[in-house]
Design a protein around this ligand. Sequence first.
Ligand SMILES: Cc1ncc(COP(=O)(O)O)c(C=O)c1O
Length: 382
Amino acid sequence: MKSVFNHLTTRSVQIGVGHDDHTGGISFPIYPSATYRHPGVGQSTGYDYTRSGNPTREVLEEALAELEGGTHGLVFSSGMGALTTLLLHFSSGDHLLASEDLYGGTYRVLEQVFAKLGISTSYVDTTSTPAVAAAILPQTKALLVETPGNPLLGIADIRTLGDLCKAHGLLFIVDNTFLTPVLQRPLELGADIVVHSATKYLGGHSDLCAGVLVARDAEMGKRLYFLQNSTGAILPPQDCWLLIRSLKTLPLRMKRHSSSALLVAQWLQQQSQVEKVYYPGLSEHPGHDLSRQQADGFGGMLSFRVDSPQLAEQVLERLQLISFAESLGGVETLMTLPAVQTHGDIPAGERQRLGISNSLLRLSVGLEEPDDLIADLQQALN
Ligand SMILES: Cc1ncc(COP(=O)(O)O)c(C=O)c1O
């Protein structure tokens, strides 16, 4: 596409348009073929076998690389498939640093799968760059950060962490699931690799499980491609097509998720049964100013603490419009009890220390009318 049309919204809408020379189709087709006929010995159409390359997947991967500002995009069967493939880059004896405010499944794979393979991880408060610096060991190879954090929405300073990683030769990985490239582009701020659970905002409709890696550097991109092709966690072409379709509305969705989340967060703040609201868009949030500097919006995720675990349970039982369900980032609003669901694999003592108690609720604010969401929360709280 001509570089003059470089607004992210325009680029998202145009994904795949003009790529199907054969028919001129506006929607790029699904190529379900698992294998491809060779024109002759030693000759290839560019496609040999779908694990190694697929036209529908390629359109999606190129678009994701472009949106994140990287050289290589890769799509996987899930966010955990993407993370696992990435972690296979490391070797026994390597040490990693990761955010302590982290998705529980990432903690589980690090502690229960990769620790056994000799790859150890320390968890640090990545909202403090000095705390991260103090945790670096001679054998540390990478830093994995979720920002905003999960579920407490802490904000890490991507730029200063990028400088720190550069100075120590660490691979800097940012999980950008919560904000997406529409609101935050970590590669532009110094990250080496971006990870996504595309099951969330990128997919956006709670009907798809997918993961993404985007590398800034071509060498690392090739290495990740090698790992994916060797181990096989690819996204099927039908799902690639669905994800292309979803990406076309991503900028519009993120805008609305963000404006509605702010309204809901402000309303929650005024409720006597709510002790605390965690949302980077609130001026009281400790990461508010940093978030304004490094992101183009605050996203659709917020958490809030009610005054007792009994009230949290009552809210979940009484919800009528909002669904009590795992996951996030869909057009439908979902509420989660992180201590029991997404973060259940984090040891109880650690959860307590971090403040992930049974009275903390996480809300993924969807695209319904904010007044209706507030009405549902009101009846559930009272
Ligand atoms: C921030 C984050 N990263 C990664 C994952 C894992 O992605 P998936 O569930 O698509 O495997 C999740 C899942 O909830 C997540 O919230």
